[in-house]
Ligand binder design. Structure first.
Ligand code: PMT
Length: 402
């Protein structure tokens, strides 16, 4: 995702500096080459050795260290970087940059770069709301610096309020978004994900193995590419994607209700959810007691959400998924036509590394014009971007034909 990207991670002196270690791990795992610059105060909280070991690059700590300047060079780092992320950023750092003060390796390199700079502040709530800090922040925003706003919560100083460094996963998400071209800006996505649960009684339900990973990857990718995204999700263990309006539902009928309410405002709908086709005809009010006799459950058909959407599709793009264990192409093509789709993502879930509850998928893309594209095994995040590339091309073709 960040392969080939040169990122400078600036760490200033605050208790949240330990979170920068996790952020570094996320950035390197995504393929970025990360150069860490620490201020003198940051070294009081975390050692340069930790960052050096994890980044596999020398860590810059001083402007006046001849070896470090020869090996790294603040101007060369400033020129080479695709992006700067300062996390945590203290009030002192924000004030210095706003005032044009460059008195250490980090401030000097930040002032010298033309790359986008993201600042993730962390400080006491009273410092964060102090008019001096707010003025400095506003000044930097005006000049194009981007901020990852801090979270509210219990702060290290004992106060409760705004000023807590955002979670590393959120900062990582903002870094990826800042480096992603906004080719889907102006689009409104409605994405569904996860399984549905159809209750048998207060403790049991009918469901399937969907983890939500595919649908969440679609929602994250669309948001990174500039779209407004609503995610309607069945029960999963995943954290709600940052910057995405997430609505949690349980059953197919609940999903239908939310999807129909949200569909009107959407321009592109992607249905990655594994909706239960059937539900128990009756939900027992009390827990069903075990007896020696066999238990027969009568199941009735659930509404076909995608089928309903297909009826009033209009100019919207409709993308469905098909999870099959046999006759993949025939079954997927049938869904494409019957549900009035523009594209269907067909996964043969009998293949290893494809379908439910894994981080990868193997799919074939079928289009309304009869064309077919076979994709190799790839991560669900990467696949989400490929699907969105095709969606963007379909949108362009549609716009050109109007
Ligand atoms: O969540 P993961 O663990 O990451 O797994 C990903 C996935 C396997 C769930 C995903 O890649 C996938 O294939 N999702 C669709 C699964 C499915 O229910 O396929 P289907 O062939 O039964 O349904 C076809 C399409 O109709 C789907 O877009 C489905 O959302 C939709 N549908 C189905 C039934 C129904 N009652 N209403 C629907 O809208």
């Amino acid at each position: 995702m960040l392969k080939g990207k040169e990122i400078v991670l600036g760490v200033t002196g605050g208790i949240a500096a330990y979170k920068a270690v996790e952020l570094l791990r996320l950035l390197t795992k995504a393929g970025a080459n990360v150069h860490v610059i620490m201020t003198r105060s940051a070294e009081e909280f975390v050692t340069p050795l930790t960052f050096q070991t994890l980044s596999m690059n020398p860590v810059s700590t001083s402007l006046f260290n001849l070896i470090s300047e020869r090996e790294i060079g603040h101007i060369s780092l400033a020129d080479r970087a695709d992006l700067f992320i300062i996390a945590p950023a203290t009030a002192n750092f924000v004030g210095k940059i706003a005032g044009g003060i460059a008195d250490d390796m980090l401030t000097t390199t930040v002032m010298a770069t033309k790359a986008p700079v993201l600042i993730a502040p962390a400080m006491n709530v009273n410092m964060y709301t102090n008019p001096s800090y707010k003025e400095n922040e506003a000044r930097l925003k005006e000049r194009g610096y981007q901020f990852v706003e801090p979270a509210k919560g219990l702060l290290a100083c004992g106060w409760e309020g705004e000023g807590k460094l955002q979670e590393p996963q959120v900062i990582f998400e903002e870094v990826v978004a800042a480096l992603t071209p906004k080719d889907l800006a102006g689009e409104s996505f409605l994405v569904t994900a996860g399984p549905t649960r159809e209750e048998i009684d207060p403790v049991r339900f009918v469901s399937n193995h969907s983890s939500g990973k595919m649908g969440y990857a679609m929602a994250r990718a669309a948001r990174r590419r500039g779209a407004a995204v609503v995610l309607v999700t069945g029960p999963t263990c995943l954290a709600a994607p940052w910057g995405v309006e997430t609505v949690a539902v349980e059953s197919a009928r609940e999903m239908l209700e939310v999807v129909l309410a949200k569909a009107g405002a959407s321009t592109i709908i992607i249905k990655a959810a594994a909706v239960a086709d059937y539900r128990p005809q009756q939900r027992a009010v009390e827990k069903i007691k075990k007896t020696d006799a066999p238990l027969v459950l009568e199941l009735v058909k659930n509404p076909d959400i995608l089928g309903e959407l297909g009826k009033f599709k209009g100019e919207r793009l409709l993308v469905g998924f098909a999870a099959e264990t046999g006759s993949l192409l025939e079954n997927a093509a049938k869904k494409l036509t019957e549900k009035n789709l523009d594209m269907v993502v067909a996964n043969d879930i009998s293949q290893e590394g494809a379908g439910f509850n894994v981080d990868t998928n193997i799919v074939k893309l079928l289009f309304r014009d009869g064309s077919l594209e076979e994709l190799p095994l790839m991560g669900k995040d990467e696949l989400a971007d490929v699907i969105l590339d095709r969606v963007a091309a379909l949108r362009q073709r549609l716009a050109a034909s109007r």
